[in-house]
Design a protein around this ligand. Structure first.
Ligand SMILES: [Zn+2]
Length: 186
């Protein structure tokens, strides 16, 4: 089953999954909805508004996403050509990662959205913020194997920044703070 993120404008029905003004319709494989909601609530809604207003589509997929050889271990994909995002929700990751599924889905959600903002907003940032993106990569590549290029590092840190207990240093968050103010001005 594939679920779609839609803007309801009203309170979603009980069978749907709410993220403030949004609902994921047609999905029933996120078991702990409250947990998922609380992990998602740290992401400002304007990120989703902007993304969806630009015709982005977020699909929640019960099954493999992506085409890469590592697709069985891939939790999410951002498609550069049409900006769509696919998020896998059926993986039993608890045993493997010692973590609940809902925080992983929420983190994947934010991570893939981070790729969108990297692609669409990087060129609009100040020189200082662009330099900070490079610095973040140069630093985090030594500590996190997910941070293997600038784009991935940006997405990893985006997802980290919009969590309740983000541990990013003030200057590391500059690119994200700039994007926030760009979106607010649009
Ligand atoms: Zn990524």
């Amino acid at each position: 089953m594939t679920g779609l993120l839609v803007n309801t404008g009203i309170d979603a029905e009980a069978a749907e999954l709410n993220i403030k003004n949004y609902a994921i319709s047609g999905i029933n494989d996120i078991k702990d909805i409250n947990t998922f909601q609380s992990y998602m609530s740290t992401l400002p809604d304007y990120y989703l508004n902007t993304y969806l207003n630009n015709d982005g589509i977020i699909r929640f997929v019960n099954g493999r996403v992506g085409t890469a050889a590592d697709a069985p271990e891939t939790f999410g994909v951002y498609w550069v050509d049409n900006h769509n995002i696919d998020i896998r929700t059926d993986i039993s990751v608890q045993e493997e990662y010692g973590e609940q599924r809902e925080p992983i889905i929420a983190r994947t959600f934010k991570h893939e959205l981070g790729h969108y903002y990297y692609h669409m907003y990087k060129d609009k940032l100040s020189t200082k913020a662009k330099e900070q993106i490079k610095k973040n990569f140069d630093y985090y590549k030594n500590y996190d194997r997910e941070c293997y290029d600038e784009n991935e590092t940006f997405a990893v840190l985006f997802s980290n920044y919009y969590t309740e207990n983000s541990d990013l240093a003030g200057d590391e968050t500059l690119p994200y703070r700039e994007i926030e103010s760009l979106i607010r001005k649009e």
